[in-house]
Write a protein that binds this ligand. Structure first.
Ligand SMILES: [Cu+2]
Length: 131
């Protein structure tokens, strides 16, 4: 088991470097502006719900923490998701996100309830409500 830890960390590091470079490479002034989001300025409309995801001391937080079913959602990393915290899963909603590769993920929630999100190793978690 111990032998697996170091290769795993190397792979994880490689992934975060790739993700980082990818973002740097893709950054142009126009894209930067699009990706710039303000935690206090969530645009909620009938076409898309914007959810900002944040990580504070090993906990995920969503802003807003309650969204509506059957309306498309985009989940964005506010930049605080780090390390293995970039790998976010929610199996019931079919979400398997890697914020090291992409800064935002879109889906349309069909189910209602309180859904627990966790990192791929279940070290970090947080809840999102769908009504
Ligand atoms: Cu983890």
């Amino acid at each position: 088991m111990k032998k697996l830890i170091i290769p795993f960390l190397v792979i994880l590091f490689a992934f975060s470097v790739i993700g980082f470079n990818y973002n740097l490479f893709e950054s142009s002034p126009s894209i930067k502006n699009e990706n710039k989001f303000d935690l206090n300025n969530n645009i909620q409309n009938e076409n898309e719900q914007v959810v900002i995801m944040k990580m504070v001391r090993g906990k995920y937080y969503f802003k807003p923490d309650t969204i509506k079913a059957n309306i498309p959602v985009v989940i964005k990393n506010d930049g605080s998701l780090r390390g293995c915290g970039v790998f976010v899963k929610q199996p019931q909603l079919g979400l398997d996100m890697n914020f090291g590769m992409k800064n935002e993920y879109r889906f349309t929630p069909k189910k209602k309830g309180t859904f627990k999100f966790s990192c791929s190793m279940a070290m970090f978690d947080g809840e999102l409500k769908i009504i």
